[in-house]
Design a protein around this ligand. Structure first.
Ligand SMILES: [Zn+2]
Ligand SMILES: [Zn+2]
Length: 263
């Protein structure tokens, strides 16, 4: 609610904002009927009826503005949005929302600053797109790196020639490669790259598979630059855990160790 001088009422009057108008406007027509009913019943003058009847709209207007005894015909013209801005010269309201001139002092009204529409939706959309892209990279990235890493390796490692490996040797290799817990290689997926990046403990068998992969990649890489060496190393490590059993990996590791121990 705002208070302004009303040229129709010739005094300071409350003007209702849109929220207040929503509460008041549905009561305007019924209140007209209340006055008509009073006139029919009492056969009095309009003036008498106006002062005698307390209409619903008058009561609501009083609740909002604190001003009593105001009738619907007056309330009708006290919706703020029907009026223009305050005149910069005399301080009165311009008489309509489209008025270009103050009817009181003839000052030309300044145009209302035009606010650019809020730029919300595209930001929301591009945020969703960016999140989608990140999700896609997180989902597909490791598989693409895995595929690329493998494609950089020529051939694939041969299983060990050692047919059987004793439990003592298994335990020895497992311990020497800094593996812990039960001797069982966990099957990795390319997503395990995240646990490597996040510095989580490696899944069981990762060091063993890495040992075998590194030994093979040593002379089977097409591109040996550091980055590709890492990508292909991780790719072959994952591949070995998926295609070789724990025993095959242990036997291969033992074979590598023995071949390196030879003078
Ligand atoms: Zn008025
Ligand atoms: Zn003016």
């Amino acid at each position: 609610m705002e208070t302004h001088f009303c040229w129709k009422c010739q005094k300071e009057m409350p003007f209702l904002d849109e929220n207040e108008w929503k509460k008041v406007s549905p009561l305007l027509r019924p209140s007209m009927q209340e006055l008509r009913d009073y006139l029919t019943l009492h056969r009095c003058s309009l003036q008498v009826a106006r002062s005698a009847v307390k209409t619903q709209v008058g009561i609501k207007f009083e609740q909002i503005t604190g001003m009593s005894g105001i009738h619907f015909d007056t309330i009708y013209h006290h919706r703020r949005s029907d009026w223009g801005p305050v005149c910069g010269q005399c301080g009165l309201l311009l008489r309509t929302s489209k008025a270009k001139l103050c009817a009181q002092c003839w000052t030309v009204a300044e145009p209302e600053p035009v606010m650019p529409p809020p730029y919300k939706l595209p930001i929301k959309k591009s945020l969703v797109a960016a999140l989608g892209l990140i999700l896609l990279i997180l989902l597909c990235g490791p598989w693409l790196l895995y595929a690329y890493g493998l494609s950089n390796i020529t051939g694939s490692p041969e299983p060990a020639k050692i047919a059987l490996i004793s439990p003592e040797n298994k335990a020895l290799i497992w311990k020497e490669l800094k593996e812990q817990g039960a001797i069982q290689v966990e099957v990795l997926t390319p997503y395990d790259i995240y646990s490597l990046l996040l510095d989580k403990p490696y899944p069981a068998g990762t060091c063993l598979a890495w040992y075998v992969a590194r030994n093979y990649n040593h002379d089977h890489l097409q591109d040996r630059r550091m980055l590709y060496w890492h990508i292909s190393g991780e790719a072959l490590t994952v591949w070995l855990t998926r295609h070789w059993s724990s025993d095959e990996l242990l036997a291969k590791a033992l074979e590598i160790r023995q071949s390196k121990a030879k003078p």
